[in-house]
Design a protein around this ligand. Structure first.
Ligand code: UD1
Ligand code: CA
Length: 452
């Protein structure tokens, strides 16, 4: 990119009424990341000199989500032009190009943004608008182009039937000469169908000043605007397609790609094999050669190399699974470090714990980490063997290479190399089952005889 300065304005103050949600629209998630988070990530990859996000009243959650990017308040939602104007104060000392993005177009890519900025610069235009041809132009603004010049943008609500028949639509992203932007915004009026200050009207105003405006056509998929839950689902579908293709291109096997769901930040190394119906929530990394069997659910977990996980495993935030470890079916791990080569193959809960290298956790083992008030830690040493159906009542530690007998409820620390058995001692009474059975059968027969 050339040395000229660049600032980005992201409009995110709209109420998003059509989402019918208590959550601000731009915080709805796509691939585990808020829509505004996606737009911000694309903007950031241009390394702009400044980014300002325009938010509405009560949208502290949006400000928190975009931090450390600066936010500015648009007190009333009077339209996209009014929103862009709110960035005047934070950008008072800025001179250079301004890229305006909408917080509800999460599929935009850095390459497209870069292309738009470059094209405006090289064409010497006052502004360049990203256009697209969606299958259904619907409510998008229409770009009216003559002889390669963008004359104006007409919103669908204000368009004549002829204008509505135009297929080239406004993707909502604009690169503008920063020296002109705020002067143009000052001249906007709200005399239109919606009674709003439309950002899109600056095109006609720039043309009236004899300036050149251009449209750059891009892919419709990248600029789908999300205004409803159905559009949110469509955007999710498209992004999942991108993420699956990217994972496979990096050497990951997806046995049934359509049923594997990624987050935007999923890190997955080569030769990982992922079975059908696996969900990667935010904050997951998987090391080379690890095999993930079907029906697993992951969030906030780092899995090492050459491990085997699932089927039906749930890894929750703070889980770390070491190289070569085995986590089997119906095993849940939360805030726990399962070290290299350790195994928990069946029906286990490991929470707030360490499982030392090579330890074996028997079926049905539970770390009892919560007493209704506090959470406590369990520490299991390297090479320890925990017999099936044991409860380890935290805080408690099991030393290296110690054994715990099956069915134990362990409440005291077990030293290294010790065997602990903490369960009722077995009593066996010879013949007792047979005598009991005979007595009960006789009682039943006597009752039946007495009844007739
Ligand atoms: C807008 C465009 C339309 C374009 C479409 C692309 C205008 C007038 N229309 O329509 O030409 O085809 O996007 O998706 O710009 N916002 C604010 N403050 C406001 C109003 C909106 O910050 O007062 C923000 C919203 O949070 C949203 C963005 O601006 O992120 C776009 O607003 P929205 O109401 O969704 O515009 P559209 O009707 O989709
Ligand atoms: Ca929109």
């Amino acid at each position: 990119m050339s040395s000229q300065k660049l600032a980005c304005i992201i409009l995110a103050a709209g109420k998003g009424t059509r989402m019918k949600s208590a959550l601000p629209k731009v915080l709805h998630k796509v691939a585990g990341r808020s829509m505004v988070g996606h737009v911000l990530a694309a903007a950031r990859s241009l390394s702009p000199d400044d980014i300002v996000v325009v938010v509405g009243p009560g949208m502290e959650a949006v400000s928190a989500a975009v931090s450390p990017a600066r936010t500015v308040l648009q007190p009333d939602q009077l339209g996209t032009g009014h929103a862009a104007k709110a960035a005047r104060t934070p950008l008072a000392d800025f001179s250079g190009d301004i890229l305006i993005l909408y917080g509800d177009t999460p599929l935009i890519t850095a390459e497209t943004l870069r292309g738009l900025v470059e094209t405006r610069r090289s064409a010497g235009a006052a502004l360049a608008v990203l256009g697209m041809r969606p299958e259904v132009p619907g409510a998008y603004g229409r770009l009216l182009v003559t002889d390669g010049r963008l004359d104006r943008i007409v919103e669908a609500a204000d368009a004549t039937p002829e204008q509505r028949a135009v297929g080239l639509c406004n993707g909502g992203i604009m690169a503008v000469d920063g020296a002109l932007l705020f002067g143009l915004l000052d001249r906007l009026t709200a005399s239109n169908a919606k009674g709003e200050y439309y950002l899109t009207d600056i095109v006609a105003l720039a043309n009236a000043d004899g300036r050149v405006c251009i449209a750059v056509e891009g892919s419709a998929e990248e600029v789908i605007g999300v205004n409803s839950r159905a559009e949110l689902a469509e955007v999710e579908r498209l992004l999942q397609g991108r993420l699956r293709r990217a994972a496979m291109a990096e050497g990951v096997t997806l046995i049934d790609p359509e049923s594997v769901w990624f987050s935007a930040d999923t890190k997955i190394e080569r030769d990982v094999v992922v079975g059908p119906h696996v969900w990667f929530g935010p904050g997951v990394s998987i090391g080379e050669g690890t095999e993930i069997f079907s029906f697993c659910h992951f969030e906030g977990v780092a899995i090492g190399k050459g491990a085997r996980v699932g089927p039906f495993a749930r890894m929750r935030p703070g889980a770390r699974i070491g190289d070569g470890a085995h986590i089997g079916n119906f095993v849940e791990v939360k805030n726990a470090n399962v070290e290299a080569g350790a195994k928990a193959n069946h029906l286990t809960y490991i929470g707030d714990a360490r499982v030392g290298a090579g330890a074996n956790i028997g079926a049905g083992t539970i770390t009892v980490n919560y007493d209704g008030f506090g959470k406590y830690r369990t520490d299991i040493g390297a090479g320890a063997f925990i017999g099936s159906n044991s409860s380890l009542v935290a805080p408690v530690s099991i030393g290296d290479n110690a054994n715990v007998g099956a069915g134990s409820v362990v409440t005291e620390d077990v030293p290294a190399d010790a065997l602990a058995i903490a369960r009722g001692r077995q009593r066996t009474m010879p013949d007792r089952a047979r005598t009991w059975r005979l007595r009960k059968a006789a009682e039943k027969a006597a009752k039946a005889a007495g009844g007739t």
